[in-house]
Design a protein around this ligand. Structure first.
Ligand code: PLP
Length: 367
């Protein structure tokens, strides 16, 4: 076995794109419908109901035909006026968010912490005290390191700063990690189809608060494709401004009904179980004297992805290759962690049983 595309069902643990169940994939072969008219309106109405249950929001959920990075850029373009941006950076994706802000021409203060750590909300309060920030950017679940931000605590700090938009990259969050968009008063939350939602890549979803929409109304140079005003206005008519990825929306429709059956809180619990299992497994290897570790700091670990440090003599890339030989896909480390770590994307529709099988094989490779 040496091709990722040929591993058996239940064996694909890449931290994005994640494994897609056959019935979800199959929905994409349905015939086209026009992107204006009753058929698409029925489809979008049903999808909106499902997405609201996933984001826990009463607000409309933008459906963007782009990868998630597109909506991260939308967050910056719509959420920032003439003020500054504070970017919380603790890995490659949160760093990308800061780069988007810089590339959009905004004065951006990058608050770096060591990769694998999360940001402290008390220090955030101090940094925001002087005012002047239009937005804060962060990645809730930093897929490059497996670190999880304490989003509810950070949102609590932002509640004292109504002029500052909280822009949340929740790409490996929503659908796998607790996210309560309305209750936590998040201004902009973004996810992509190909992570914890376990769909093929190509769609992104976002929710904007009323304050975010007000900011968008006065923001300048928003560009065309990612201007939230027309995106929302179209959504009110159950349409999209441009032709959406209709086949992916068919898959989404099926997946949302599967997710409704599971229930969002059960889905979070399943991901928490898979994370706990992974960490317990690392502990048990350590007890047997093997120098394997969890990269992200204790107490700040994501339920959807674990980044593991490799014992001496085991390069991460070789471990990934050996797993593929045995018919399993896991992720290499990201960026500068490429060979010193591996990543397990225990997210989407994976079960604890599938994860147990994976860990058994990984244990053989590492010992
Ligand atoms: C995958 C990922 C992204 C980028 O998503 P694309 O869909 O590839 O644009 C951004 N942030 C995080 C945390 C991710 O895991």
């Amino acid at each position: 076995m040496s091709s990722q595309a040929s591993v058996p069902s239940g064996h694909f643990f890449l931290p994005g794109p994640t494994e897609v169940r056959p019935e979800v994939s199959a929905a994409q072969t349905r015939q086209m419908i026009g992107h204006r008219g009753e058929a698409i309106r029925d489809l979008i109405a049903e999808i909106e109901g499902g997405l609201k249950r996933v984001f826990l929001t009463e607000r409309p959920v933008v459906i963007s035909t782009s990868s998630a990075t597109g909506l991260m850029e939308a967050g910056v373009r719509n959420g920032v006026g003439a003020g500054r941006v504070l970017s919380l950076v603790n890995g490659a994706f949160s760093e990308r968010f800061s780069r988007i802000s810089l590339d959009c021409g905004h004065e951006t203060d990058v608050w770096d912490v060591e990769w694998g750590l999360a940001h402290d909300s008390d220090e955030l309060a101090e940094r925001l005290a002087g005012g002047g920030y239009d937005a804060v950017t962060l990645s809730q679940s930093e897929t490059s390191t497996g670190a999880l931000q304490n989003l509810v605590a950070i949102a609590g700090v932002l509640s004292d700063h109504p002029e500052t938009m909280l822009l949340v990259d929740s790409v490996t969050g929503v659908g796998g990690v607790e996210v309560r968009t309305d209750e936590w008063a998040l201004d902009f939350v973004v996810t992509g189809s190909q992570k914890a939602l376990a769909l093929p890549p190509g769609l992104a979803f976002g929710v904007a608060s009323e304050a975010m929409m007000e900011r968008s109304r006065i923001a300048e140079r928003k560009g065309f494709y990612f201007d939230l005003i027309p995106l929302f206005e179209s959504l009110e008519k159950l349409e999209t401004p441009a032709t959406p990825a209709i086949s992916l929306m068919y898959a989404l429709q099926v997946q949302l009904s599967r997710m409704k059956q599971e229930g969002i809180e059960n889905r979070w619990a399943r991901h928490a179980d898979m994370q706990r299992r992974t960490i317990d497994w690392v502990d048990s290897l350590q007890d047997r004297g093997l120098d394997v570790g969890v990269f992200a700091a204790e107490g700040h670990r994501s339920p959807t992805v674990s980044c593991l440090t490799m014992p001496g003599g085991h390069g991460g890339l070789a471990v990934v290759a050996e797993m593929l030989e045995r018919g399993w896909v896991i992720g290499a480390g990201y960026g500068r962690l490429e060979d010193s770590t591996i990543r397990i994307g225990h997210m989407g529709d994976h079960t604890l049983d599938e994860l147990n099988d994976l860990l058994a094989v990984l244990g053989e490779v590492l010992t």
